[in-house]
Write a protein that binds this ligand. Structure first.
Ligand SMILES: [Zn+2]
Length: 230
């Protein structure tokens, strides 16, 4: 993996067990660590048996099972681990950055899966420095979209119903997406005020829901002209 050129036929990009062992060696160089108590070595047992999926460990202190993905962006994902590893490696080694569409072509999934991986991985990288988006004289665009809901996604176990995704995009800068329970004004306002700098200008599409984002202080007084101050 030190080679500049990515060999996409490498087992870690194609075999989920190899991908998991690769992640374990990266995240646990000294051996498995309980994500809850931080204990390791003799306090950890590997669960084995036909009824246990591979890569599950149990902590003798908190008595809870865990795997290498607990607490990471991959936790509870039904997308194969080898796809996560490949997508992360491709995005990390791309000098110019890539789009979700380019990622889809390279990892061979449907677009919804690639879009999901793209945003979660970019968000995970952004969260290393999780300051608010925007700032004085910067423009933040808000957008909500829906993914999932198509039968062809079932191979990856995505939920059958559509999921709302809310995105904030800083003009010529960072983007951040979150799943939201719904697209009501209350939910979106919460997402905006926790993710974006209040000095930013907020740009939205024509969705009427943003008009209901109630101001919480005189500085956020609504305006009928856009862009408007948050
Ligand atoms: Zn524990």
């Amino acid at each position: 993996m030190t080679d500049k050129k990515l060999d996409i036929r490498h087992p870690i990009f194609n075999d989920d067990n190899a991908a998991r062992e690769h992640l374990e060696s990266l995240l646990w160089p000294q051996g498995p660590v309980c994500p809850r108590c931080g204990v390791m070595s003799a306090r950890i047992t590997k669960l084995q048996g036909t009824s246990t999926r591979p890569g599950v460990y149990k902590c003798k202190d908190c008595r809870k099972p865990f795997s290498v993905t607990v607490g990471t962006v991959m936790e509870r994902s039904h997308i194969p681990l080898s796809k996560w590893v490949l997508a992360a490696q491709l995005m990390a080694s791309s000098n110019k950055g890539m789009s979700a569409l380019q990622l889809q072509r390279m990892i061979g999934t449907n677009y919804e899966t690639a879009w999901f991986l793209f945003h979660r991985l970019r968000e995970a990288a952004v969260d290393v420095n999780p300051g608010p988006l925007g700032g004085a004289n910067k423009v933040v665009e808000a957008d909500e979209s829906y993914i999932g809901g198509k039968a062809k996604n079932k191979a990856f176990g995505l939920p059958p119903k559509k999921m709302a995704v809310f995105s904030l995009v800083e003009r010529e800068g960072c983007a951040r997406s979150r799943y939201v329970a719904d697209v009501t004004a209350a939910t979106l306002r919460e997402a905006i005020v926790t993710q974006a700098d209040r000095k930013s200008y907020l740009m939205t599409d024509e969705a009427a829901v943003y008009e209901k984002l109630a101001p919480s202080s005189p500085a956020t007084a609504p305006s009928t002209t856009r862009p408007r101050s948050m």
